[in-house]
Design a protein around this ligand. Structure first.
Ligand code: GUN
Ligand code: FE
Length: 506
């Protein structure tokens, strides 16, 4: 579906309170008197109103709906009607108790504007992936027995250097963006490479294929850590970053800011002090998102202590890089004061559980982050982990927390083995993948309510080759949602919409 009409103003959210959400989601249709009792004038007016209501929407979807507006909780409607306007925004969410529901559905169906889901299909919010290395897609699944430093030097940097050739980028990136969309990722926060043309190409490909994209041209200028074939000078890196921000914001077709530039110092070891400072200034000047790796392994943590005598959070803060638009990948070794600084800045954490299992040398304090009300969503960290699915990442987040809770050393008694009370529930993981991710990117996505973008999936338990088995009468609504979170795979995702545009249909 193409968009036309006025471009809505972007609205940035820092917090959604449950109360606000429920106010927004109230029933919205007034009841229609029976036709028999209407005068002709009244009938005309009623018809006009109905036509106006239908004209202002682009389409509607009716079916069973799940979402998790409140952390750790869920909402299920066996039958819901979601109305979407021509800009791809949700205007109304109705259930059959709403007056006029049946008539509204009939009118939409008559106007050919209604998609009705079948038995076994569920409307769910699109997934948000807060941390993806786009150029590493050809590397997915390689070298993950290595520690982080060797993996970067032996596999990652030689591959990323190839993106100096924009033709190579134009081969790799569409395959990745399509794979992520097909796996239900409607919003993705990407690291690209140091190269401007290839990074702009990634933004163009997201726009073409219809994915909400947050895209960073990577900065790395420290000759002690970056190989000579994959490095930029400080001056050139800062100039390229500024040009990149302007280019992405001005891309034709990007009037709704579906793709956004992100300031992207790779991590502390790859950047000089001057680079970090310069990027901090650009972040303030352009009010841009920022992304980077934060305290992701023993080696990275020790590097920052040895070179700055500070934690990564303290370094980013002192450089002006810890803002309410910052996304910190990993963030494993956080002190209490680091956590407070992240919360006070309104920055967000991208929790990447499977990558942490390979590279972090420790477990993420996800429980403390959730309980401390820090902003947090999930990231696949492709290709620090090989699986392009945020559904799978939900399962990884649960598993990671359970290993931490129970511990692993069988020589210790159970009470000393792990960290009691640190588990994360399936519903909390799913909240991070949807609402938490939406808050981190300052976009109204991740749930169904008026004013939110229609970024949504149809998950189909009856798809061919499905492992999702939902036999009649055996599951409560909560059971079913837990199964959907655990077992939804690419083949189950039939339809994907981003900002109301249908980008996958199978
Ligand atoms: N730290 C610095 N660069 C990278 C990267 O490409 N992947 C991961 N997982 N960690 C990093
Ligand atoms: Fe990463």
């Amino acid at each position: 579906m193409l968009h036309h009409g006025a471009i809505p103003e972007r609205v940035y959210l820092n917090h959604i309170s449950p109360l606000w959400y429920h106010q927004m989601a109230g029933p919205l249709v007034s009841s229609r008197p029976t036709l028999r009792r209407l005068s002709r004038a009244r009938l005309l007016q009623d018809t006009n109103n109905k036509m106006q209501q239908i004209d202002s929407i682009g389409f509607a979807v009716r079916g069973a709906l799940y979402h998790c507006p409140v952390k750790g909780e869920f909402e299920y409607h066996a039958d819901a009607l979601v109305l979407v306007d021509h800009q791809g925004q949700i205007t109304e969410v109705l259930t059959p108790e709403a007056p006029g529901f049946a008539a509204r559905c009939a009118a939409l169906s008559e106007a050919n504007e209604l998609t009705e889901l079948a038995e076994g299909q569920y409307l769910m919010p699109g997934m948000v992936d807060l941390h993806v290395h786009a150029p590493q897609w050809p590397q997915a699944g390689k070298g993950l027995d290595l520690p982080l430093y060797d993996w970067l030097q032996d596999y990652t940097f030689p591959l990323e250097a190839k993106f100096a050739d924009v033709t190579f980028a134009r081969e790799v990136y569409p395959h990745l963006v399509n794979a992520l969309l097909a796996n239900g990722t409607t919003s993705a926060v990407y690291f690209a490479t140091v190269h401007n043309p290839a990074s702009v190409a990634l933004a163009e490909i997201c726009l073409e294929l219809g994915q909400r994209g947050y895209i960073g041209k990577v900065n790395m200028d420290d000759p002690d850590q970056c190989p000579p074939y994959y490095i930029e000078s400080t001056e050139q890196g800062l100039a390229d970053t500024e040009a990149f921000i302007q280019q992405v914001r001005a891309l034709p077709g990007n009037e709704q800011q579906l793709v956004n530039p992100v300031i992207t110092p790779r991590f502390v070891p790859s950047c000089t002090r001057a680079m970090l400072q310069g990027l901090g200034e650009l972040a303030q000047r352009y009010h841009c998102h920022v992304q980077t790796h934060c305290s992701e392994s023993d080696w990275a943590r020790d590097y920052s202590q040895a070179h700055y005598g500070q934690s990564d959070v303290e370094i980013y803060q002192s450089m002006g890089l810890l803002t309410d638009r910052t996304i910190l990948a990993h963030s494993i070794f956080l002190s209490d004061s680091d956590m407070a600084a992240i919360r006070d800045a309104g920055a967000a954490i991208a929790h990447c559980p499977l990558s942490n299992t390979y590279f972090a040398n420790a477990a993420m304090k996800t429980r403390e982050v959730l309980d401390g009300d820090l902003q947090v969503g999930l990231g696949t960290d492709l290709a620090g982990a090989p699986i392009p699915s945020v559904f799978h990442t939900c399962l990884d987040a649960v598993n990671h927390s359970r290993a931490r809770e129970d511990g692993t050393n069988t020589h210790l008694p159970a009470q000393q083995r792990g960290e009691a009370g640190s588990r994360v529930s399936f519903l909390e993981a799913y909240w991070m993948a949807t609402v938490g991710g939406g808050l981190a990117i300052d976009a109204k996505v991740g749930l169904f309510a008026p004013g939110y973008a229609f970024d949504a999936l149809v998950v189909d338990a009856n798809a061919p080759d499905s492992d999702l088995y939902l036999p009649e009468g055996m599951d409560t609504p909560r059971d079913r949602l837990e199964k959907l979170i655990s077992l939804t795979r690419r083949q189950n995702i039939r339809t994907v919409w981003v900002q109301g545009r249908k980008v996958i249909q199978k």
